[in-house]
Design a protein. Structure first.
Length: 409
């Protein structure tokens, strides 16, 4: 494969020889170290391929042997360029285009955030920019492992994150959770302590010393699994304390108090049907408007539809284009009916419950009441749940050091 590419770049010829001494001709080529390949007989003649630069070397051999070499075919880049030599500007432009594409492939031109609900893509992109990760940065300056560590450190409720570079895209996937970070994220010896008041449902300890059992009532800050493992001697005396990162699967019964309220009065947008559309394009992050319809009306909504040019699914370019649609509306004061208000309140409650279940919380029961009082819709109550309500707490020196006593004192 490599030899074929080299021959194509250098150019090669299909040569047919005619005469009475083909064997001598071929032997002399071999002696002169002239490379020929794909030698085959064509009726009374012989045909083979030879590099274009070696064709002139055949003349003295042909004269000596009485053979007549004729060029039957020319193949390769030099002949292609010669054929289209009048189109130098085209090839120069093509070469320049290839260079630009290569240069652009060295940068990140699109950042995609997947999996977040609490933290919007805009918020995460702002966080990345504050940490000097932005569209237009060189790929060699992007450390995916460092990005993952920074996000975990900044957001305690993001339990899993991955960052990877695909082509000119940086793709970050996150999973939000109220569960504590896994043990591999903690390096110093630590206890597992209750993050809230709860009842222990079950506990399976893998490392450390369990301090509670199923059915125990614990308060926030109580040690559930100690990071101190006591080693005792033959006579049940404490020999030493070993420090570990406590590790266990703990399930706790606890609760969340839910409260929400909103006014029965609201402002409704009544669209007039009037709208204006503007167009823009963006180069290297700089927006250029062909027509900007903003501020066309006193009250309006803006809808932006943006697209990024890309060669493939992973090769994005620093060029974007889009439309801005401005829709006029008038404000109307309205009041919810009791039925509609309770429907809205229930939808908000269901979204809250879904966030809990998405974060690994099991809903056992809930007693939520929706009432209409003083022109407000009030939702309040308690949600009984089962969850791993714990967090890490570093082991302090004063907790594990053993004071050695003198047996004569």
């Amino acid at each position: 494969m490599w030899r074929k590419l080299v021959n194509w770049l250098r150019g090669y010829l299909a040569v047919q020889i005619k005469g009475n001494a083909p064997e001598r001709f071929i032997n002399l080529c071999y002696n002169k170290k002239i490379l020929i390949w794909n030698l085959k007989r064509v009726e009374e003649d012989y045909r083979f391929y030879i590099q274009a630069k070696n064709y002139k070397k055949l003349k003295p051999i042909a004269k000596k042997t009485g053979m007549i070499p004729r060029i039957k075919e020319k193949t390769g880049l030099p002949f292609y360029l010669h054929r289209y030599r009048t189109r130098k500007a085209f090839f120069a432009g093509l070469l320049l285009c290839c260079i630009l594409v290569y240069i652009m492939s060295l940068f990140i031109w699109d950042i995609q955030i997947l999996g977040g609900s609490k933290y919007t893509p805009e918020a995460m992109i702002k966080f990345l920019k504050e940490n000097e990760i932005y569209t237009g940065i060189q790929k060699k300056k992007v450390d995916c492992q460092e990005i993952e560590d920074e996000i975990r450190l900044a957001y305690n409720d993001i339990g899993w994150v991955s960052a990877e570079i695909k082509g000119t895209r940086l793709i970050i996937k996150i999973t939000e959770t109220n569960m504590p970070a896994p043990a591999r994220g903690v390096r110093e010896p630590s206890h597992m302590v209750a993050s809230k008041n709860a009842i222990i449902v079950s506990i399976i300890t893998r490392a450390g010393t369990p301090a509670v059992k199923s059915g125990d009532v614990v308060k926030k800050g109580d040690i559930l699994v100690s990071g101190i493992v006591t080693v005792k001697g033959d006579f049940d005396e404490i020999f030493k304390n070993e420090l570990v990162v406590a590790d266990a699967t703990i399930s706790c019964k606890s609760f969340y108090d839910y409260a929400d309220n909103f006014s029965m009065n609201y402002i409704d947008k009544e669209f007039t049907g009037e709208k204006k559309v503007g167009y823009y394009f963006s180069v290297l992050g700089k927006k250029i408007f062909l027509h900007n319809p903003s501020h066309s009306y006193d009250r309006y909504d803006i809808i932006v539809n943006e697209n990024t040019l890309h060669v493939t699914e992973t090769f994005y370019l620093p060029f974007r284009y889009g439309t801005i649609t401005v829709r006029e509306y008038n404000e109307k004061k309205r009041t919810y009916t009791e039925e509609k208000a309770k429907e809205i309140a229930n939808k908000k409650l269901q979204r809250y419950l879904k966030r809990l279940t998405d974060n690994g919380v099991t809903i056992l029961d809930h007693n939520i009441e929706i009432t209409i009082e003083n022109n407000s819709c009030i939702t309040q109550g308690r949600i009984i749940v089962e969850e791993p309500a714990w967090e890490y707490q570093k082991v302090q020196d004063s907790e594990w050091r053993i004071e050695q006593t003198d047996e004569y004192n």
